[in-house]
Design a protein around this ligand. Structure first.
Ligand SMILES: Nc1nc2c(ncn2[C@@H]2O[C@H](COP(=O)(O)OP(=O)(O)OP(=O)(O)O)[C@@H](O)[C@H]2O)c(=O)[nH]1
Ligand SMILES: [Mg+2]
Ligand SMILES: [Zn+2]
Length: 332
């Protein structure tokens, strides 16, 4: 605990105690902060606007952030966000000109996917990796609901594992419900701060409940009508498997879009494309589409680069370009 003095005029001197703590829950309008001294949890607010990458953010503070706050008239008020080691951000689903923070200061991101129930959205994994690659955040991909898989699903899951392991990510097939694969996962999580993310209904909260049964987090059946998850987790919240092992459960993601990125940044963050780009005629400036002498296109034709990754890549570029086009249009 440190004391900070604010001088108010030449005579009046006011003393306020500044606390530091870890944000363990964020609703966008209020936060739960776990104090560094004593570990008590306070409900806190924050005023003022904050920008990120030059864009406004819908939730200026993320779970995982470390903050300084003061208690004023019985209410905790956050004054500063301490420098982040990293963060995950995407375009806000409600306001395309805002960013939305998923988490901060994470040691790794855990992406939970399913082949079916709900169906895997093609390209979803690649979009997720666009949030982690720029900051070199290690990613674990969990392929959940193995207990529900038939032959065809297993083949698809095996293909995904091969593809993403080949790119250097850790991939683990699990069944959160039946507790399969969790021993290895526990080792990977031990002593780290990890963000759990993925589409709604893939089993993020179920997984946390299996790892720590006394959490008793809310989970929900998929909708019979759409076969999709029903957003049972509404706010991101950090849970402690033990004092050093922290897991952030977060609300399901419907769609990941990135108008905070330029096409070049997308190209640079598909790691296997980037690795080949020095061999492209236009080097790091190549977008690997119609450019002559493109090493990525050549690798695609020889099968060294996956069609799945290349298709995702083109879709993301198109989406960014058309969003930028319409934004310019609106600005006129
Ligand atoms: N059969 C089977 N069902 C699972 C498994 N994991 C989760 N489920 C079920 O899938 C449904 C959705 O699980 P949740 O844990 O609520 O999913 P979530 O990812 O937290 O969803 P949101 O909070 O909406 O993002 C529940 O009915 C779970 O019981 C699994 O490994 N096998
Ligand atoms: Mg959930
Ligand atoms: Zn190229």
């Amino acid at each position: 605990m440190s004391r900070v003095y604010w001088a108010k005029g030449p005579i009046l001197r006011k003393t306020l105690t500044v606390h530091t703590g870890l944000v363990i829950k964020s609703t966008g309008s209020w936060y739960k902060v776990k104090s560094d001294d004593g570990g008590d949890v306070v409900k806190a607010r924050m005023r003022g606007r904050i920008r990120l990458e030059g864009m406004p953010v819908t939730n200026p503070i993320a779970v995982g952030d470390r903050v300084q706050y003061e208690i004023k008239k019985g209410e905790a008020v956050i004054r500063h966000i301490l420098p982040r080691t990293n963060y995950l951000a995407r375009q806000s689903p409600r306001n395309t000109r805002h960013l939305h923070l998923l988490g901060a200061n994470v040691d790794q991101a855990v992406l939970v996917v399913t082949v079916r129930y709900p169906n895997l959205k093609l390209g979803f994994i690649d979009r997720f990796l666009l949030m982690t690659e720029p900051q070199d955040i290690p990613v674990i991909i969990l392929i959940n609901k193995m207990d529900l898989m038939d032959e065809e699903d297993l083949e698809l899951a095996g293909g995904l594992q091969l593809l993403y392991e080949g790119l250097g990510y850790r991939v683990l097939p699990i069944s959160a419900k039946q507790g399969e694969g969790l021993d290895i996962l526990r080792q990977w999580l031990q002593g780290k701060q990890s963000l759990l993310s993925g589409q709604s209904g893939v089993g993020k909260s179920t997984l946390l409940n299996s790892l720590k049964p006394d959490l008793q987090l809310k989970t929900k059946e998929l909708s019979r009508h759409t076969g999709k998850g029903q957003h049972s987790t509404t706010f991101a919240e950090m849970h402690f498997l033990d004092a050093d092992t922290r897991l952030i459960d977060s609300p399901g993601i419907k769609k990941l879009s990135f108008n905070n990125l330029e096409p070049q940044q997308v190209a640079h963050n598909f790691r296997e494309f980037f690795a080949l780009s020095p061999n492209c005629k236009f080097g790091g400036a190549c977008l690997h589409r119609q450019e002559p002498g493109c090493a990525v296109k050549a690798a695609l034709e020889s099968g060294q680069i996956s069609d799945l990754r290349y298709t995702s890549y083109l879709q993301i570029l198109e989406e960014i370009e058309s969003q930028k086009h319409w934004q310019r249009h609106k600005d006129w």
